[in-house]
Write a protein that binds this ligand. Structure first.
Ligand SMILES: C[S@@+](CC[C@H](N)C(=O)[O-])C[C@H]1O[C@@H](n2cnc3c(N)ncnc32)[C@H](O)[C@@H]1O
Length: 524
């Protein structure tokens, strides 16, 4: 990175700017009650006393407000306001256009913060302020519009003559600088700070955290060992465009990010009195385990075949055979079943024409629909073969689109009432309906919470600087977890009961028609 001092060729004409230009709103005025006043008092013998590293404002990345800081003109915590930049100079780089060199030794100072109350000593590194990152401040909407326009043009055009020197700093995967946000007179401002000592003559760099929206892919020439090859290569857009994606590849979907060890969870939130109704458990220890070998499972119509679902650990690409243990029970008996928590994303079970079973990771609704269909199809097969029974049909996977977004639109509405209608056991129906009620409540709660936080989100999007309050974020996370848990409980309950509860006989349950579709038919 070290380059010899030489006179650079003249750069193209530009106007050097040192303030932000707000395009979508007025500049914020700091209210008096929002002014943070530190406790520093200037001591001639200790220059660091005037808002140095121990200043409460410095420690919270807030600049002191002139007229309110007791250190007056000695206050050292007004670097953005006074444009106290490090000395730099332009340099023409090899293949990367113009860059910026340190024109003085830029230092990282280390200091100690003592948290007296907890008696904890913590070291914090404070890098020297290099310069402010300033330019046009635009709304998210405008940012999206511009990125779309750049994408359409296939290139990035900096059409403005107004240039902050920061715009010349190069991208690097092992940069010597970083960006930090500071609160300056009520506005958030972004600065470039040294991450390490930078000797004079060294080129400055920081990680752009560049979001790639499409268009040209720019090869990164930073030369760092850990370089990812292209500008924006770490961004989602770039990765989606360059990785090989397959159906059901849910790498980025939120559902698949393991957040906690579910072994610590309570098994279910369904009240015990609903789960343990005193219907007899007729499981008789039948050990006729059928391994799934692709042979269709055929049972007589009077037999009810509960499924024993073993806990399975599967990635979306792995095939996990499932043990199906047939049990002979009379249609009036209920065999409750325990489903162990799955250490995997929800499994979709597709029954195909040749009787083999396909497993695939899908979203919970998809899994449920397929399981429901699978069980219905399985039961179709249970009647004698010579009576024009509906054949098992090949289940075509719906295409999974990138990012999981489009999948949402394709989800089918779950017909809980229809499923319940087919079950002979009152307890099973009650349990499923209870779970549905819980799911609806959780959905209503998250909807009303969204309405509550919408103003904060909109404000956040407008200003792109005020964080959503932690308490709101916590509420949101809690409500989301409740919603996921309620969803899971409902699906688990349906799968369990479909697998373990006798169906109502044809006489009991006339086929239900909805929107021209027959649900959960047991055959003619
Ligand atoms: C913010 S500008 C930096 C100033 C630029 N060098 C110039 O002369 O205008 C970002 C552009 O610089 C180039 N650039 C910056 N860092 C780079 C790197 N590590 N490898 C390749 N090109 C880089 C890319 O063309 C990028 O779009």
């Amino acid at each position: 990175m070290e380059e010899e001092r030489m006179e650079p060729p003249p750069p193209p004409p530009y106007i050097h700017i040192e303030t932000n230009d707000f395009l979508h709103r007025r500049h914020k005025r700091q209210k008096e009650e929002d002014i943070a006043v530190c406790e520093c008092q200037y001591n001639l013998l200790d220059p660091d006393s005037a808002c140095g590293d121990r200043c409460l404002n410095v420690l919270t990345s807030t600049e002191c407000t002139p007229g309110y800081c007791l250190c007056g003109v000695y206050c050292k915590n007004q670097r953005f306001q006074k444009s106290q930049y490090a000395a730099t100079r332009l340099v023409k780089t090899e293949g990367r256009g113009w860059g910026l060199l340190a024109d003085e030794n830029i230092m990282v100072t280390e200091f100690t913060l003592i948290l007296w109350s907890a008696n904890v000593v913590k070291y914090i590194q404070a890098g020297q302020f290099v310069m402010e990152y300033c330019g046009e401040v635009i709304s998210w909407k405008e940012a999206k519009r511009r990125s779309q326009a750049y994408e359409n043009q296939g290139l990035l055009i900096l059409s403005s003559l107004n240039v902050s020197m920061v715009l010349v700093i190069e991208a690097c995967s092992q940069p010597n600088c970083e960006t930090r946000k500071w609160n300056v007179l009520g506005e958030v401002r972004v600065g470039i700070f040294a991450k390490q000592d930078i000797p004079i003559g060294t080129e400055l760099s920081y990680d752009y955290n560049f979001e790639w929206f499409g268009g040209a892919m720019v090869r990164c020439l930073c030369g760092a060992g850990s370089c990812s090859g292209f500008l924006g290569a770490k961004s989602r857009g770039f990765q989606e465009a360059t990785y090989l994606w397959e159906d059901d590849d849910d790498r980025f979907s939120v559902e698949n990010v393991p957040l906690y060890d579910s072994a610590d969870d309570e098994p279910t939130s369904i009240p015990k009195d609903i789960l343990i109704k005193d219907e007899p458990n007729t499981q008789d220890g039948n050990n006729n385990t059928i391994q799934n070998t692709g042979i269709p499972i055929i049972a007589s119509s009077s037999e009810f075949t509960p499924m024993n679902v073993e806990p399975s650990i599967a990635s979306s690409n792995e095939f996990t055979p499932m043990n199906v243990e047939p049990l002979n029970v009379s249609s009036n008996e209920l065999t409750p079943m325990t489903i162990e928590p799955l250490n995997a994303i929800p499994m979709g079970v597709d029954f195909t024409q040749n009787g083999s079973i396909e497993y695939g990771a899908q979203c919970a609704e998809d899994a449920l629909q397929n399981s429901t269909r699978g069980v219905a199809n399985l039961q179709n097969q249970s009647a004698p073969r010579d009576n024009n029974h509906t054949e098992l049909v090949a289940v075509k996977r719906r295409p999974t689109l990138r990012g999981g977004k489009a999948k949402r639109g394709m989800r089918k509405q779950l017909n809980v009432a229809g499923i319940c209608d087919r079950l002979a056991s009152e307890v099973a129906r009650e349990e499923i309906l209870y779970c549905e009620e819980m799911k609806n409540q959780a959905a209503a709660e998250i909807d009303s919470l969204y309405d509550e936080i919408r103003p904060a989100i909109e404000e956040h999007e407008r200003d792109s600087q005020d964080s959503v309050a932690t308490s709101l974020a916590e509420k949101w996370i809690e409500a989301s977890c409740c919603k996921y848990k309620a969803d899971f409980d409902l699906y688990a309950s349906i799968i369990k009961n479909l697998a373990s509860t006798p169906l109502r006989s044809k006489e009991d349950a006339a086929p239900k028609e909805q929107n021209g579709l027959m649900y959960l038919e047991n055959g003619p």
